[in-house]
Design a protein around this ligand. Structure first.
Ligand code: ADP
Ligand code: MG
Length: 696
């Protein structure tokens, strides 16, 4: 890449303008009244290092309080409603067991009032009502023995004996910082806000503030920190909402602007190899044993157009498990190869890489393309030869794992990079891969459909293509949840079905063997033994897990896919990508401990053939709420996009992808789920402003 990509901002920050008075400001916290070295240290520990940061420390809530204006004690009075301040002249405490109410006698401008509570609202409620105190109260008034009485009024001791009328005032409650008094904090914030807010750089274009009816940064902060008296609570609430939305929007807009800049920067280089020759791709399609779906055709057309340009493609292809992304990717590879460049296809596991190789062998048969394989477990001689083929250009295509961006890998002319299951790679790994070519085209794929909102936050600099349609003839997968105590019924079912139809089955376990035992978790080795000796005796059984070496894994997978094994007992190594159409039964043991996207990926291993498939989730007792939600979602739908939304809701965006890994910033104000529509708006606005109308 000719230019380093701009960094992506995370949390919102504030900046002072360039005016002399702005520059003359000392932003140190100690310049604020009431903040000494101790308090400063406390604030620093909270990540607040200067006054600008302090302005972004927003109140947790707002509390109404009273200020007094000179005037009579009676505030409001109608035939039956009264609001007033009275002085406590007597208290009759509640009797523990009797029916007698708690009674407070008040004097209001010389008139007697009784406040009555028949059951105290909470323990200790009566304590502050002491003779001499002032009480602000409000409620419906009745006359009992000629004394104005209020039953269960709203009442509050106010800490002033001043005569006067109370006016409601809102006080921000910051809270959360240990050992710093609330009043010190709010006074300091108010001082900083008063001084600095007029000098701040307005981070949003005026046109957007206007379009979305949002306040300036100055007004927003003044509202949030309640610098001006509040006369009308409802109006204040609306203003506050707008002020908050403004900060959320700005945070998203900054992010999306940076991403749009990156998008432009990556394209400005414009040194990708344009691929105009498409005949080889067409020939490949003619040779396919099936018809492409409409979505596949559309994806291929988009990609082919993009490849035919000096501007490098940056596309994310999303499709549910089994939607047929591989053939789309290989079609792109064929086009690139026909135009003289090399292609690297990277997969997160070697099992998957080897499966891609089998597809390559099938789809590229007779097209005159040469390909090779690179993995971490290769022998030295083998590896040397592969590296040589890549460097000389003798190999048109390499399929491999992380090994692709290790030392010593060089290409003659790498023009297209395909990354399968992209989210399984870290940001640095993705970048390292891009360095292997000069402005290579990039096609990323993911079968964990990322909800659109999240995709836009994480991959704002990518173009998205969706494959929603599944290849025709797929039968829906029946999914059921069974208790562990019914295991023997499940085994009977599997045995009968395998025997009568010749279909194959997967059994998935969380652990490899007993030595790593975690209470109540089943393991591959013991379970396979148990099945082979008992309920599934006589069936041909294989074992697959991550501790086997690559060749052993490959051998088992090959036997299973050729139908030489009936049952495959495995860990989640089969989660990603494995494709055996004759396998129609999936039993997932300890289903309660797997994540939703993982369960969906596992289930995606079946339902690939002509006959109806079955997924049996086996769970133990005592499901957590989250687990129950996940399993219920699995039973209710097999739409990956819908499940992804549910998963995101259950786990939150951070967990969903592994936030750091995906390069997703932690937002200070914005919440990708709650504020999804602001995120969309920010993306649209940023792209419109940076890329111009044409490039949207
Ligand atoms: P995924 O999107 O999960 O990577 P694959 O590319 O592995 O899906 O495709 C799943 C299976 O569907 C493969 O066996 C593939 O050959 C087959 N397939 C792909 N496209 C079609 C189609 N249009 N019609 C029938 N089968 C298809
Ligand atoms: Mg795949």
């Amino acid at each position: 890449m000719s230019e380093p990509a701009p960094t992506i901002p995370g949390r919102l920050t504030l900046e002072l303008g360039e005016s002399a008075s702005a520059q003359a400001k000392n932003l140190g916290l100690r310049n604020l009244k009431g903040i000494g070295p101790k308090t400063e240290k406390k604030l620093n520990e909270r990540g607040i290092s200067d006054q600008l940061e302090l302005l972004l420390y927003v109140p947790r809530k707002y509390r109404p309080t009273y200020r007094f204006q000179p005037g009579p004690m009676m505030v409001r009075e109608s035939a039956e409603w009264i609001e007033a301040i009275g002085r406590v002249v007597g208290v009759i405490p509640p009797k523990l067991h009797g029916r007698a109410p708690f009674e407070v006698r008040l004097d209001v401008d010389g008139a007697d009032f009784k406040l009555l509570w028949f059951h105290l609202p909470y323990r200790g409620f009566d304590r502050p009502f002491k003779p001499g105190k002032s009480v602000h109260f409000e409620g419906k008034v009745e006359y009992r023995q000629a004394v104005a009485s209020l039953s269960h009024p709203t009442a509050k001791v106010v800490d002033s004996t001043t005569r006067g009328t109370p006016a409601t005032e809102l006080v921000p409650v910051y809270g959360g910082i240990e050992d710093i008094g609330e009043s010190i904090l709010s006074r300091a914030v108010a001082e900083a806000c008063e001084n600095l807010s007029p000098l701040l750089v307005e981070g949003l274009p005026g046109s957007l503030l206007q379009d979305h009816n949002l306040p300036t940064i100055e007004d927003a902060l003044r509202t949030i920190h309640v610098l001006d008296p509040v006369d009308d609570l409802d109006a204040f609430r609306q203003q506050l909402q707008k002020a908050r939305e403004r900060l959320i929007f700005q945070e998203f807009f900054d992010l999306q602007t940076a991403m749009a800049h990156r998008y432009v920067a990556e394209r400005r280089a414009a040194k990708a190899t344009p691929c105009s020759e498409r005949d080889l791709g067409r020939e490949m399609v003619r040779n396919l044993p099936f018809q492409l779906t409409g979505d596949q055709r559309e994806a291929i057309a988009t990609i082919a157009d993009e490849l035919d340009s000096r501007i490098p493609m940056r596309r994310l292809l999303q499709g549910d498990v089994g939607s047929g992304k591989t053939v789309v990717a290989l079609m792109a590879a064929a086009i690139a190869i026909a135009n003289g460049v090399q292609v690297a296809m990277m997969a997160p596991t070697d099992i998957l890489a080897r499966q891609h190789l089998r597809r390559v062998a099938e789809f590229f048969d007779g097209l005159g393309i040469t390909w090779t394989h690179l993995s971490g477990s290769q022998g030295a001689a083998d590896r040397r030869e592969t590296l040589q083929q890549l460097k000389s250009g003798a190999a048109n295509l390499v399929v491999g794992t992380h090994a692709l961006f290790q030392e010593g890998v060089e290409f003659n002319d790498l023009g297209l990079i395909i990354v399968d299951e992209e989210h399984k790679f870290g940001v640095e790994q993705r970048q390292a891969l891009m360095q292997l070519g000069r402005d290579p085209h990039l096609l990323a794929m993911t079968a964990t459909p990322i909800p659109r909102s999240l995709a836009h936050a994480v991959f704002g600099d990518r173009d998205l293509t969706l494959i929603r349609e599944k290849p025709p003839g797929r039968k829906p997968i029946r999914t059921v949840l069974r208790d562990r105590s019914r295991a023997s019924k499940i085994y009977d079912y599997v045995r009968d079905r395998v025997k009568s139809t010749g279909d194959q089955a997967y059994f998935v376990y969380p652990l490899v063997e007993a030595s790593e035992a975690v209470a109540n978790r089943r393991n591959v080795m013991d379970s396979a033994q148990e099945l082979a000796n008992g309920p599934l005796k006589g069936l041909r059984m294989g074992i697959l897990h991550g501790r086997m070496d690559a060749d052993a894994k490959d051998a088992v997978m090959t036997r299973f896919s050729r139908g030489e094994l009936d049952i495959l007992c495995a860990t989640t190594v089969i989660e990603v990508g494995v494709d055996v159409p004759n396998a129609t039964i999936m039993v997932i043991e300890n289903a309660e401990i797997f994540g939703l996207s993982q369960l969906h990926q596992l289930r995606g291993r079946v339902g690939r053939g002509e006959s109806e498939s079955m997924c049996i989730l086996v769970a133990g007792y005592g499901l957590t709420d989250d687990a129950a939600q996940r399993l219920r979602a699995m039973i209710e739908t097999d739409d990956g996009f819908q499940l992804a939304e549910t998963d995101l809701r259950i786990r939150g965006p951070g967990e969903f992808l592994g936030m750091k890994q995906a390069g997703l910033p932690e937002f200070r104000f914005g919440d990708i789920l709650r504020d999804a529509s602001w995120l969309q708006t920010a993306r649209k606005d940023a792209r419109r402003l940076i890329l111009g109308d044409a490039a949207r």
